[in-house]
Design a protein around this ligand. Structure first.
Ligand SMILES: Nc1ncnc2c1ncn2[C@@H]1O[C@H](COP(=O)(O)OP(=O)(O)OP(=O)(O)O)[C@@H](O)[C@H]1O
Ligand SMILES: [Mg+2]
Length: 246
């Protein structure tokens, strides 16, 4: 089994505040890994460290064997990142956004047209190429952002709340795309507040106040914590952690 991501005692402090507190976890190649937890738990901070955007204060992490601190240039070539406030250009058309992100990721000009077509097909945006992005509804924008984040065929894809504020039907369609990517070998690291989505994850880590307080497959964790649903697992694990901390 090969590891796509490995974090060992990974820590991020902002002055005296510890946002990520020495977390250990690993993500296997080709799996969908859920990183879940309440607001402020440290999810986005962890993702930013794994993407090589934010230097860890201490500890270590690798993505596809590259060190996030010392080899961030290598990491940027092999990952896709859809940030929580994803950065499509609203005044560009759908096609222009795809072309722009192809340029950023150094997709060779001769393969760009083919990739653009693939992404339009995959996202269902075919026929909408010339629409100004600002005029797309939330669900379509999300699909376009996903398309732009995979234009360079990344090995590992980081999705930070990719479906926030999207209706249940669009979320379901979006997850069909994510499962398809994983089936074709892309490792997906995803954060979400929607527990129905977490059921799609092969394994998950539940983070609270910078600490991992549950880690395993949804099935294993529900059995271990004797909970019926992931929502119950989420709430009970945090409540009992809080009680022990007092
Ligand atoms: N640049 C920064 N400077 C200071 N504090 C920060 C910075 N970035 C994040 N934090 C703090 O670190 C903690 C973790 O933030 P983070 O954005 O990682 O949480 P999150 O789990 O992604 O939350 P959400 O679900 O709301 O997106 C928060 O208390 C946040 O205020
Ligand atoms: Mg966040």
């Amino acid at each position: 089994m090969t590891l796509a991501v490995k974090a060992v005692k990974l820590t991020k402090k902002f002055k005296t505040f510890t946002a990520v507190n020495g977390v250990d976890f690993s993500v296997q190649s080709g799996e969908i890994f859920g990183f879940i937890g309440p607001n402020g738990a440290g999810k986005s901070t962890t993702i930013r460290m794994l993407c090589g955007i934010l230097a860890p204060t201490s500890g270590k992490a690798t993505v596809e064997g590259f060190d996030v601190d010392t080899q961030s240039d290598k990491i940027k070539e092999i990952i896709g990142y859809m940030s929580q406030k994803f950065s499509l250009y609203n005044d560009l058309t759908v096609a222009e956004n795809i072309e722009f992100f192809s340029g950023i990721h150094d997709v060779p000009a001769d393969v760009m047209a083919e990739r653009k077509n693939e992404i339009l097909e995959m996202s269902g945006l075919k026929g909408r190429e010339n629409i100004i992005t600002a005029l797309l509804s939330g669900g379509w924008r999300q699909r376009l952002a996903l398309g732009c984040s995979i234009i360079h065929r990344p090995k590992v894809l980081f999705l930070d709340e990719p479906t926030a504020g999207v209706d249940p039907l669009s979320r379901r369609d979006f997850w069909v795309l994510i499962r398809e990517l994983a089936k074709n070998g892309t490792t997906v690291f995803v954060t979400t507040h929607y527990m129905d989505e977490v059921e799609n994850c092969n394994r998950l880590a539940l983070v609270y106040a910078g600490n991992i307080i549950a880690y395993g497959s949804p099935k294993e964790l529900k059995e271990e914590k004797k909970t019926q649903s992931l929502e119950e697992l989420f709430v009970n694990s945090i409540r009992s952690y809080q009680k022990n901390e007092l």
